[in-house]
Design a protein around this ligand. Structure first.
Ligand code: ADP
Ligand code: MG
Length: 255
């Protein structure tokens, strides 16, 4: 299997069956370093399945996932995460009993100490450095004023921003976002687009799954269109937008 040098993530000939259902077939996806690569498609197209295969939550039936020259297939989700792959989930996974600030500090400690080992002898000056980094990250995502409140009391849009901050503090090489603006108001959606553009300018590679065309066309460098578990079109946003197969499969599909 040959992966070009500027490709940071290569999903190579991946198939995923659930019983008799071909959720993914013949998937070949190449994500280039520093780019924002959008995956779009109607409900049930296989988008979340594809992301779950990349992060190790699902094993492909056949094929392989290569990240930064390393085969991820067979590795555990936390191992893949430690290699620099981070994902924002469709439903935010945050610690509702902790404060906003504590939530952002947790992954930074976990990264340093190994997956979710707690070190009660951690030196205080180290804690201070992590706190400062967490505050800077909260500033970035626009949540600094809410640092002391319980994460459970945040609005839905703010919970997603918090989850994004929890990913960003890990400084991943590859950030995967599954519908980052789902359920958000237009205002929150626009704020999130601005935030993602800011991250983009720092050169972080992103794969974004999104239904909202406004978000996709604002952010994507490249788009792959998934329908019925297959990539039916791929290219620059302008090309994909005008492709009749895409309009039929995606815009005509239920979403
Ligand atoms: P999307 O995210 O594009 O809406 P999914 O990846 O969630 O699509 O689902 C693709 C197809 O695979 C759907 O037909 C869905 O019902 C099926 N599917 C997803 N996860 C499972 C599972 N764990 N077991 C069986 N079928 C599944
Ligand atoms: Mg999905």
């Amino acid at each position: 299997m040959k992966t070009p040098e500027n490709v940071v993530l290569h999903v190579a000939d991946v198939h995923k069956n659930f019983g008799g259902l071909h959720a993914l077939a013949d998937i070949d996806l190449q994500v280039e370093e520093g780019k924002t690569h959008a995956i779009i498609g109607p409900n049930g197209a296989g988008k979340s399945t594809l992301l779950n295969v990349v992060i190790g939550r699902l094993a492909p039936t056949s094929g392989a996932v290569v990240f930064d020259g390393q085969v991820l297939t067979g590795k555990k989700p936390h191992e893949i995460n430690q290699l620099g792959v981070s994902r924002v989930f469709q439903t935010p996974e945050i610690f509702t009993d902790l404060s906003v600030l504590q939530n952002v500090m947790t992954p930074a400690f976990a990264k340093r100490d190994g997956a979710f080992k707690v070190n009660i002898f951690r030196p205080l000056d180290d804690e201070k450095a992590v706190r400062e980094e967490a505050e800077a990250t909260l500033e970035d995502v626009g949540l600094i004023d809410r640092r002391a409140v319980g994460a459970g009391s945040l609005s839905r849009g703010d919970k997603r921003r918090l989850e994004l901050a929890m990913c960003l503090i890990q400084k991943p090489r590859l950030l995967l976002l599954d519908e980052p603006t789902a359920g958000m108001s237009r205002h929150d959606t626009n704020t999130t687009i601005e935030l993602l553009k800011k991250i983009k300018s720092r050169g972080m590679t992103k794969v974004i799954i999104e239904h909202d065309m406004h978000v996709v066309f604002s952010l994507a460098d490249k788009i792959s269109v998934l329908a019925g578990g297959r990539i039916i079109a791929e290219g620059l946003p302008a090309d994909v937008r005008g492709n009749p197969r895409v309009q039929e499969a995606y815009l005509g599909g239920a979403h």
